[in-house]
Write a protein that binds this ligand. Structure first.
Ligand SMILES: [Zn+2]
Length: 169
């Protein structure tokens, strides 16, 4: 009986914000709308990710892999547009903040908004680095270093395979 009451209490709580499933919501910046919006976190099983992503995307996003330098084309892309998460489509970077880092990986001095990236300390490979993840699907994107250009001094060193590019005017 107590259990039933707990379940009912949980159901009523979950029903308050919206009719959708009890997916956790986060606040992110939407480039097209030009403002902050609430969005559901994207949660999938390993099998679901494998079915949706290419083997390369899966390795980078879900297994924290790093692509080879000069792999793909995004490191050398100069088109105007938006770089989105290849896992969930979240807006991550704009061409305005992309720059030539000379590393062979697409590099940016800032994300579209602080809300659109998540940081985690990464001490693998005997290095102290800051990992950059997608806050919506948890996908691994790359690392951020503090040797970037002005005005931020930050260098977001991204895996091109973790991004999809959408050309805009
Ligand atoms: Zn994502």
């Amino acid at each position: 009986m107590l259990r039933l009451i707990q379940v009912l209490a949980l159901l009523s709580l979950a029903a308050v914000p919206s009719a959708s499933q009890s997916a956790e919501q986060i606040k992110v910046y939407d480039v097209t709308r030009g403002g902050l919006v609430m969005t559901d976190k994207v949660v999938r099983t390993e099998a679901e990710w494998k079915a949706r992503l290419t083997p390369e995307q899966f390795h980078i996003l879900r297994e924290k892999g790093t692509e080879r330098q000069y792999a793909g084309s995004l490191w050398n892309n100069h088109e105007h547009g938006i770089y989105r998460c290849a896992g969930c489509g979240l807006d991550l970077f704009r061409s305005e903040e992309k720059y030539e880092s000379g590393t062979g990986w697409p590099s940016f001095y800032a994300p579209v908004a602080r809300e659109n990236v998540r940081f985690e300390e990464d001490n693998s490979f005997f290095m102290r680095r800051t990992e950059v993840l997608c806050p919506r699907c948890g996908g691994h994107l790359g690392h951020v270093f503090n040797d970037g250009p002005a005005p931020s001094g930050e260098r977001y060193c991204m895996n091109g395979g973790a991004l999809t590019f959408v050309k805009t005017d």
